[in-house]
Unconditional design. Structure first.
Length: 208
């Protein structure tokens, strides 16, 4: 009875193996028949090499410089007023009046500095979102035109870190450990986006 049971189990395992192999082969044939096409793209690299992002970066730096200049101008006014105040007699009405003005200007300066920081943070955030959406749309368009089955995000390995938690995070977000250069569409996507942006800039320049 035990021998029959053992033979039955062996036969069952053998049949399951055959079925599994057949199912895998069928799946593989199905994939081959459909012509599975895979691509990988480094979003960070596209972001860094996209000319619109470079131009927006410069615009934001100019805005940041304007904010800094305004803050420095306000500080200079306060410094000059403070130096003038120090020359006035202690307890004089003029000195007291200047001290009130200095306190008011200091509050205004702190408020403006916070306003400038908030505006810059908002502008950088909005710019990042806009460019990211453009890249995603371009990848989607590239995938559809090229009949890709799937396009996967990849990133360059950069494991330099002072903190173990940071290192673990970098390892955890890796999505592609290896890919053939033949399926890397990063440069193609970047070139398409830059070509379109150059056309847009030329058109806008001609309209002026």
């Amino acid at each position: 009875m035990n021998k029959i049971s053992i033979k039955y189990r062996i036969l069952t395992i053998f049949i399951c193996s055959i079925v599994s192999i057949a199912a895998f082969n069928s799946m593989q044939q199905d994939v081959d028949a459909k012509g599975l096409k895979i691509g990988v793209v480094d979003i960070n690299e596209v972001f860094d090499k996209y000319n619109r992002r470079v131009d927006i970066d410069q615009q934001l730096k100019n805005t940041e410089a304007e904010f800094k200049k305004e803050i420095e101008d306000k500080k200079k006014v306060m410094i000059d007023l403070n130096e003038e105040t120090q020359l006035l007699d202690l307890g004089s009405e003029s000195r007291s009046s200047n001290m009130v003005i200095l306190e008011k200007k200091n509050v205004e300066l702190e408020g403006y500095a916070k306003f400038a920081e908030g505006q810059l943070t908002k502008k950088y955030k909005n710019a990042f979102e806009v460019i990211y959406e453009e890249i995603i749309e371009e990848v989607d368009s590239f995938g559809k035109e090229g009949n890709y089955s799937v396009i996967i995000k990849k990133e360059k390995p950069n494991l330099q870190s002072d903190q173990l938690s940071d290192l673990q995070f970098k390892i955890g977000i890796r999505t592609v450990l290896y890919n053939s250069s033949a399926i890397d569409i990063t440069q193609a996507v970047t070139d398409r986006m830059n070509a379109r942006y150059q056309q847009e800039k030329s058109k806008n320049a001609g309209a002026k």
